[in-house]
Write a protein that binds this ligand. Sequence first.
Ligand code: G
Ligand code: G
Ligand code: G
Ligand code: NA
Ligand code: MN
Length: 254
Amino acid sequence: LNLEEYLKRAIEEARFELWYQPVVNAVSGRIEQFEALMRLRDEQGELISPDRFIPLLEESGWIMLLEPWLLRSAISAASLLARRVPGGSCVAINICGQQLLDNGFIERLLRILDESACEPSWISLEVTERQFLEHPERVIQVLQALREMGIRVAVDDFGTGYSSLAYVKRLPVEHLKIDREFIRELPHSEPDKAIVNSVGRMSEGLGMHVIAEGVETQEQMEWLKAHKVFLYQGYLFARPAPLESWLSDEALGL
Ligand code: G
Ligand code: G
Ligand code: G
Ligand code: NA
Ligand code: MN
């Protein structure tokens, strides 16, 4: 059975799972967001790497078939978590270009927010730089419309794409997620230190917040904190886990 066949069946049988990984704020010590991450098991019950099946879902367009489930699950989780986490929280949802540029996308999103009694500010949409390349003006328009509705927007995997600074400065986004490639060798790589530092300074000037992805060590965190990056996602704090794991007081650090 090849992966494509397996995915087709998994879609029909609704066997995908959505797991959540926190983003913590070093200043408040609280969880500020959770990123929703898709998971799928093979026939032995082992997790299949999303790096294998996500590109296939996007290239085939099957991601559109999963969208209703994805949005409903993530938004109902957001609605639940925002009420449980003191000071609020939001759920970050990964959105690919096909979804973002689809004419009905915003309408579908608003309907599900409404059905789930979810405030727009309780969700954030993560888009990668890749999606800016083909229809740059249209992307800015859609992101602008989302922001005006109060939905948060983040650039994912920042630094790995090809967007120009002239374009980045026009993006109406709240967060830049620095790709973990630039975090991995901190604080031992001079080039990575220079890059993370300048992304930090730049985002300050642009009114954006930086989220460091893939923070795995205390040493990385200390360096980031000393250089004014205060939002972290990574195994040092928590791995992605099913929603149920995040509903206890203990998990939320209360
Ligand atoms: O947790 P990690 O291995 O899950 O994710 C691998 C890649 O898959 C990341 O680039 C992540 O952005 C992407 N990904 C995870 N979940 C989703 C999803 O629901 N939709 C899309 N488009 N990408 C996702
Ligand atoms: O940014 P704003 O003042 O609207 O935030 C309101 C609340 O929403 C904050 O108390 C914070 O805990 C929560 N929140 C959830 N996600 C985010 C986020 O990504 N950025 C900010 N600033 N606040 C967030
Ligand atoms: O959307 P994005 O490409 O940023 O997806 C985040 C990916 O990073 C997910 O696959 C998630 O499981 C993974 N991830 C999150 N924290 C860490 C970490 O500390 N180390 C590593 N290696 N991967 C991480
Ligand atoms: Na992401
Ligand atoms: Mn990312």
